[in-house]
Design a protein around this ligand. Structure first.
Ligand code: PMP
Length: 429
């Protein structure tokens, strides 16, 4: 058995002072009934926990670490900038560099505003869309996560057409949720019905162009195209939440990979190189409603923070200068997720694998997972069992079924093969 004494002791102590012992529920290991590892340091494709166990990191801080942990280029940029001061609450040249870089890499982004998290990015993008259209209602998709702002903690009722949303979380008032309508991923008809029912009232449609928060669910052929068309026809703002997919599925994100142009996009994770950063941007005409130019208020004491900008600029510049990173991580994805698919097939296990490039999910259901309903057919107890088996052997996976695995440029084929060997052992093939 792996020694996890120190992690267990830290977790016990943490629970006295921090709700559930963690600062974000996703890292509590609650869904798999396990004790979280406390991480001491990380380098390249590895994490080292409090008991000095070395783990192959398939989470990568939930996405930011596309170049591997503590990449020298990012580290150097941060070390250089901290000498000059950690925060000024004033405009800096680096913010222009960052904005220019994002506008260059994403043709759909003509103007961009930096924030501090993905949650802020989506919340602010929706506010801008509402301010721009003068409409209140928004459409989101069941199983898509856009952070924890009140109006987005909503999923559908049982019907396809929700009569206003029902909050998922205690503490969210029905008033906050009532303008959030919920449609089904990969089901354009459910979107069309909402547009018909709320004619002229939809400010925006927000979605993950490749869903990655119910596990990975790719959009089916035509789904995004039809949404693009109806948004244009109905005067609604199309928002791609690229917090996970941005700068990952390609340098220009899912929108470049899939060839669809949203009106606004939201970013997080990779854009900050590991620092707390988010961003939202898009058409100039829409972004010009944001304060101080326009009437939509949105602000942030630490937004555009110099240290965060330095880390993000370093990582994005590295990606821009090394486009081969995408070839490498996609090939690793093929090896890992394709390998897992072969293993479960050989084992005759009731499992299925979805992946796009470097993100993927092994579902413990034999159904083709194409929306939240099918994702929910997964056997969570079996996922938990698999998770513990793999963790015990040093493979650090997402501690919940409905999450993606993330690969980085620092992973090697040898790492993937070791992980596949353990998975084969688990499935008895
Ligand atoms: N949007 C998406 C697609 C996400 O995956 C996440 C977080 N995983 C968020 C928004 C929220 O980002 P943050 O946790 O930085 O607030």
């Amino acid at each position: 058995m792996t020694n996890t004494t120190k992690s267990a002791a830290l977790f016990a102590e943490a629970q006295n002072y921090i709700p559930g012992g963690v600062n974000s529920p996703a890292r509590a290991f609650q869904a798999v009934g396990d004790t979280p590892r406390f991480i001491k340091r990380a380098k390249a494709q590895y994490l080292y926990d409090a008991d000095d166990n070395k783990l192959i990191d398939y989470i990568g801080s939930w996405g930011p670490m596309i170049l591997g942990n503590n990449h020298p280029a990012v580290l150097k940029a941060v070390q250089e900038v901290i000498e000059d001061g950690l925060s000024f609450g004033a405009a800096t040249e680096r913010e222009i560099q960052m904005a220019k870089l994002v506008c260059q890499l994403l043709p759909s982004v003509e103007m961009v505003r930096m924030v501090n998290s993905g949650t802020e990015a989506t919340m602010s993008a929706l506010r801008a869309a509402r301010g721009y259209t003068g409409r209140n209602r928004i459409i989101k998709f069941e199983g898509c996560y856009h952070g924890h702002s009140d109006g987005l903690l909503v999923k559908a009722g049982s019907g396809l057409i929700a009569e206003g949303g029902t909050p998922d979380s205690a503490g969210v008032t029905p008033g906050c949720a009532q303008d959030t309508l919920t449609a089904r991923y990969n089901d354009f008809e459910s979107v069309e019905k909402l547009f018909q029912q709320y004619k002229g009232e939809i400010a925006a449609v927000i979605l993950e162009p490749v869903a990655a928060n119910m596990g990975v669910v790719p959009p089916e052929k035509g789904f995004l195209e039809q949404i693009r068309t109806i948004c244009t026809e109905e005067g609604a703002v199309l928002i791609f939440d690229e917090v996970i997919t941005g700068f990952r599925l390609s340098l220009g994100g899912a929108q470049e990979l899939l060839g669809i142009t949203p009106d606004l996009s939201t970013f997080g994770k990779i854009i900050g190189g590991g620092m707390p950063v988010g961003a939202y941007g898009g058409k100039k005409e829409i972004m010009e409603v944001v304060a101080p130019l326009g009437p939509v208020y949105q602000a942030g004491t630490l937004s555009g923070n110099p240290v965060a900008m330095a880390a993000g600029i370093a990582q994005l510049t590295y990606l821009k200068d090394h486009p081969e990173v995408y070839t490498v991580i996609d090939k690793l994805g093929e090896r890992l997720y394709g390998g897992l698919a072969q293993i479960v097939e050989k084992a005759g296990a009731a499992c299925s694998v979805n992946y796009v490039g470097s993100i993927g999910t092994l579902y413990f259901t034999d159904q083709n997972v194409r929306d939240f309903q099918t994702a929910k057919t997964a056997d969570l107890a079996r996922y938990a069992d698999y998770f513990k088996f793999m963790m015990e052997r040093g493979h650090y996976f997402a501690p919940a079924q409905f999450e993606a695995m993330f690969l980085s440029n620092a992973h090697t084929e040898g790492d993937i093969d070791r992980t596949l060997d353990s998975a084969a052992q688990y499935f008895g093939v």
